[in-house]
Structure formats: structure tokens, C-alpha cells
Design a protein around this ligand. Sequence first.
Ligand code: DX5
Ligand code: ZN
Length: 219
Amino acid sequence: MAQINPSILSADFARLADEAEAVSGTGGADWLHVDVMDNHFVPNLTLGVPVVESLRKATDTPLDCHLMIEEPDRWAPAFVEAGAGSVTFHAEAAAAPVRLAREVRAEGARASMALKPATPIEPYEDLLPELDMLLVMTVEPGFGGQAFLDIMLPKIRRTRQLIDKHGLQLWLQVDGGVSASTIERCAEAGADVFVAGSAVYGAEDPAEAVRALRRQAER
Ligand code: DX5
Ligand code: ZN
């Protein structure tokens, strides 16, 4: 079953509650993807813990927090406490990914690790049982609306093979440039959780965009 997680990075930040509402309900968003950027790990600055706290109260849709920040080891617990149901840290930024994943799980959230396009999955094979989700970035993190990097398809495929080889249940997420024209290739390569920012919030009808993406992913 495909999961569609609209990224609020492409939403109107002054109307976040309404924008969350616009994609929730039957056939709507499985999770809301919340992009946290610190202008150090990526060259952009977005939002932090207080916004997650407020969003949590404004919607029943669970929050999938993608931390594009330095020192995720220090910050991840605060996002769980603020109401994140899933916390993704970057492999490139985490000082102690195993300890961090265990801490996130112990605090009651799903633990997830992300890989930038140039970071291979193979060195992390032994860590997979510690994770609930693995995120393969399909753009360089930092901005919405970038073109999908189809050179990442082999990495999605290899990651799916590793997950299956170990008989693991973890989800395989893709993020960046996911749209009507790229989602089928991601699904075919083995992804099952799809983040879409501009493809959802740039659409005339965001809820219909979510349903259409799901249909295509499940084709
Ligand atoms: C990019 C973020 C993405 C972004 C995706 O660094 O991690 O979540 O919102 O936006 P689109 O779907 O427009 O590429
Ligand atoms: Zn993201």
C-alpha cells in the first residue's frame, strides 16, 4: 500500500492549519511531511519545534518530520516531544545514528534515516533493523520544486533488495521531485512512501492531487 505524504514546505505557512486540512480525510494524506532546515546542513531556513507543536494541535494527520539540520542527535527528542510521529535524521549529520534511532523509538516515535543523493546505502546495511523508515532523497535537500534525479532509481532498487533480503518491515520513502510523471518509476523501484510538495500544494485541488498520486503509485 502506497502512502502519500504532502510536504508543507510548498504550503502557505500563514495558513498551515487550513493547508493541513486541505489534504486530510478520506483518501487523503497518510502523514504530513514537515521539512526542518537550519541553514547549515542545507542552504535554507524553515521552521522548528514550536511550529510542529502548533501543527500537532491543528491536525489529526500524523507528522513526518524530516530534519535537515546539523546535530540531529541533540534536536530529535524535542521534535518527538512536540508531537512528531516519525522523525527522520540524515546519516551525514548524525553523530551516533544507532543511539539516536533507539532514542527516538524509546520516546514513542518512528525512527527514520535519510540519505543525500551522494550517500550510498551499503555502509548502513547493518543499521536497517534499527529503523522504521529509510529515506532516499531524489533531489539535493534544501528546496522544494526541484527536478527529480532519476539517477537515484538504482539506489531505491538496491535499498528495497536489502530490506527484503533481511526480511525487514521498514518503509522506503522517496522525497524530491515526486510527481505524476515520476511516482510510478519510484514505486516500480520499490518505494512505498512518497513525499510530494509542489505536486500537491501547487495543484488546483491538493486533495485530488494526493488521490491521483496514490492511484498512480499503486498501479
Ligand atoms: C527538499 C525537501 C522536500 C521538498 C519536496 O529538500 O526535503 O520534502 O518539500 O518538494 P517537491 O516535492 O516540490 O520536490
Ligand atoms: Zn523532505
